[in-house]
Design a protein around this ligand. Structure first.
Ligand code: SF4
Length: 237
């Protein structure tokens, strides 16, 4: 779905909020060292329990602009990175993708998922989302690809294939982790057969939360990576 969970009161300290923390199946909500709440969208599987248990603390937010340039930037309540740091990350990525211009090719790779993320990726080419109108195309060959769109929780059996695909791509390579499985391993997390996401396998440029990430959220992540969206940190100044 095109939505995410927000914290309405970071300092909430009551029994309902504690119950919501206990009920979260992926430990996506927790208290930081400052005692304030954090909500890790990279781990949230959107089960909907926290807004039901503590509606004064957690709420649904509808919209697709959930992607971020860093792992920390998709943790609600985390203020480790300044806007300046994020602008630097964005400028670095923008410099890398500048020469891609208006025709960009994506290689999608599933590193072990339940298939839901793949349905959403596939939907990008239908007439509703119509990826092609933006000059974006899927390609079967990594040698023709500019963006590596990765879904799945980084199964060990797919590690070599993921690396081989990445190594076969020409520079500049942009890596997008799509969905909480690719970001953190989702409900499975880490285990004997999985890496708990692809962050430890490749350098990720854009993180797209969601379980699964909606087509518009994926599109937002791709356009963010290609520097085709306004810098909201600029417009806030
Ligand atoms: S909606 Fe997300 S944060 Fe809330 S309980 Fe479910 S998984 Fe945890």
């Amino acid at each position: 779905m095109a939505g995410t969970i927000d914290i309405t009161s970071a300092e909430a300290d009551d029994r309902d909020t504690d119950r919501a923390i206990d009920a979260c199946p992926t430990e996506a909500i927790y208290r930081g060292v400052d005692g304030n709440l954090r909500l890790d969208r990279g781990r949230c599987i959107l089960c909907g329990r926290c807004p039901l248990i503590a509606p004064h603390t957690f709420t649904w937010r509808y919209g697709s602009d959930v992607a971020g340039f860093t792992r920390r930037s998709i943790v609600v309540g985390e203020h480790v990175e300044t806007e300046e740091t994020l602008r630097e990350v964005r400028a670095d990525l923008a410099a890398r993708v500048r020469r891609l211009r208006r025709s960009v090719h994506l290689r999608h790779i599933d590193t072990g998922s339940d298939g839901s993320d793949e349905w959403e990726v596939q939907a990008l080419t239908n007439p509703v989302y119509d990826l092609h109108r933006l000059g974006l195309f899927f390609t079967a060959s990594p040698r023709h690809a500019d963006i590596l769109l990765v879904t799945g929780l980084g199964a060990h059996g797919m590690t070599a294939a993921l690396r081989a695909t990445f190594d076969a791509m020409p520079d500049p390579i942009v890596v997008i982790a799509t969905g909480v499985d690719a970001i953190s391993g989702g409900i499975v997390g880490t285990g004997y057969a999985v890496s708990g996401g692809i962050g430890g396998l490749l350098d990720v440029d854009v993180w797209v939360p969601g379980s699964p990430a909606s087509p518009f959220a994926i599109l937002h992540g791709i356009l963010l990576a290609l520097d085709r969206l306004p810098d909201r940190t600029e417009t806030r100044r």
